[in-house]
Design a protein around this ligand. Structure first.
Ligand code: UD1
Ligand code: MG
Length: 452
């Protein structure tokens, strides 16, 4: 049996007015990834699977996100918002190419899984013309209701158009549908706008399929998977559901999460074996944590990699582009950015390391700061293997510290330091014998009230 080809059309033309935001709705994030990216990730991939996204006019940022996530996807603009069926037809050109299965999904349902798309397609291979994803809603208000006769799907009624009796139905339309590709355009072109809102409703496809003497079926899923996001409260609920999933997946993969509910993960976080994450850690997108690493409490990591057995935190901040080598260590109040710290490097306390390459086994003392920005440009700091940077040193970039070099504490280093050299940049110390005592006595005399 040859695999069926598919076209997934993702509807994302909505304004998202209820988000009360200048950002288009589908670009809001859950687990460090846009709502749209979650849906595009779940949609069928690979040979024979094509994608089209319907976006609103002036939504260039959405088109950019589509390109970033799935370079193979085409974007179509729906110039006027005339309803979900009208939106699907904005991708007519792609639909007309005639994939075996046409899938329609909403860009604001980020919790949908790839397995659900597969389940929804199964009835098409057995001859159904339409499969609709349904769920039992705790509160069905606002959703389209799935009307069954026995176990046959006969219609979907939008809340606004439903009778009191129909509103009692709790089986609802999730919005995801799969059409037999050969029939899809015929069905979609027959959808009209005779309803209370005067919109072209995708849900009317069910009645049309019935009128054509074809079969429409329901595939059920859980409410959590099809939560649509319309406002910030729903965004936060979806985040909670996603975090629960990600924590469970991490625990199942053997990650030790001491207090799972306090750890925030991203959809793309990658873990090796025997990783431990202490309470109150935030991991943003693009993070890889290798075998045996420990992330101590109150650490924040984004777009970075943590090597085998590396130790991070407590209270560390790894900003984008940090790579920590095997057994490297960054401790409390250490901030890193666009830097590579090779194996065995230690930056234990109170440091800023930016645009820097640190060779293996170097030790950067407390308060080491790379001065990478001159107010106009960013510059690089290069530190060789086995170097030692004394406490409270400023390394003014661009600057190069040689292998095995030693920087005296408190130095402001503005010139390159050769391999194995010792650089000390500070004024010579002067000790005045008895000076402290004389100073104290002088001050005490000045403080005493005048006699007489
Ligand atoms: C829709 C369904 C409803 C279902 C619910 C599930 C229809 C008519 N109704 O209702 O049965 O229970 O979702 O959440 O399909 N969009 C466009 N262009 C348009 C209109 C909508 O791109 O002209 C997009 C929106 O951006 C959104 C999706 O289609 O991603 C759904 O539209 P929305 O207005 O949220 O539909 P609901 O009223 O929620
Ligand atoms: Mg909606």
């Amino acid at each position: 049996m040859t695999a069926r080809s598919s076209l997934t059309v993702v509807l994302a033309a909505g304004e998202g007015t209820r988000m009360r935001s200048s950002l288009p709705k589908v670009l809001h994030q859950v687990a460090g990834q846009s709502l749209l990216a979650h849906v595009l990730d779940a949609a069928p991939h690979g040979a024979g699977a094509s994608l089209a996204v319907v976006i609103g006019p002036d939504h260039k940022a959405v088109a950019d996100e589509v390109r970033r996530v799935r370079a193979d996807a085409a974007s179509f603009v729906q110039a006027e918002r005339l309803g979900t069926a009208h939106a699907v037809l904005a991708a007519r050109e792609a639909i007309a190419r005639g994939a075996d299965d046409l899938l329609v999904a909403f860009g604001d349902t980020p919790l949908i899984s790839a397995e659900t798309f597969t389940r929804l397609r199964a009835p098409l291979a057995k001859g159904a013309a339409l499969a609709v994803l349904g769920f039992r809603a705790a509160d069905p208000t606002g959703y389209g209701r799935l009307l069954l006769q026995g176990d046959r799907l006969i219609a979907i009624r939008e809340h606004a158009d439903a009778t009191d009796e129909e509103r009692k139905v709790t089986l609802c339309n999730a919005g995801v549908m799969a059409f037999d590709g050969g029939q899809a355009l015929k069905i979609l072109d027959r959808i009209g706008n005779a309803n209370s809102k005067g919109e072209y409703y995708l849900v009317d496809a069910v009645t049309i399929v019935r009128e054509m003497g074809l079969e429409a079926v329901v595939i059920e899923t859980s409410e959590d998977e099809v939560r649509g996001i319309n406002d910030k409260a729903q965004l936060a609920e979806a985040e909670a559901v996603m975090q629960t999933r990600l924590r469970k997946a991490a625990l199942d993969a053997g990650v030790t999460l001491i207090a799972p509910d306090t750890v925030y993960l991203a959809a793309d976080t990658k873990f090796g074996k025997d990783v431990t994450i202490e309470p109150f850690v935030v991991i943003g997108p693009g993070v890889t944590i290798d075998d045996g690493a420990v992330i101590h409490s109150f650490t924040h990591i984004v777009h970075s990699s943590v090597g085998k057995k590396a130790l991070v935190g407590p209270f560390a901040r790894m900003r984008p582009g940090t790579s920590l080598g095997e057994g490297a260590k960054i401790g409390n109040f250490v901030e890193t950015k666009a830097s590579t710290l090779e194996a065995g490097v230690k930056v234990n306390h109170l440091s800023y390391i930016g645009d820097t390459h640190v060779g293996a086994n170097s030790n950067l003392g407390a308060g080491t700061v790379t001065c990478n920005y001159d107010g106009f440009f960013k510059h690089k700091t290069l530190i060789g293997e086995g170097a030692f940077v004394g406490t409270n040193s400023s390394l003014v970039a661009p600057v190069k510290i040689g292998k095995g070099a030693y920087i005296g504490s408190g130095s402001v280093i503005t010139k390159d330091v050769p391999d194995d050299a010792m650089a000390v940049e500070r004024s010579p110390q002067s000790n005045r014998e008895g000076g402290a005592k004389r100073y104290r006595e002088m001050k005490l005399r000045a403080k005493k009230p005048k006699e007489g």
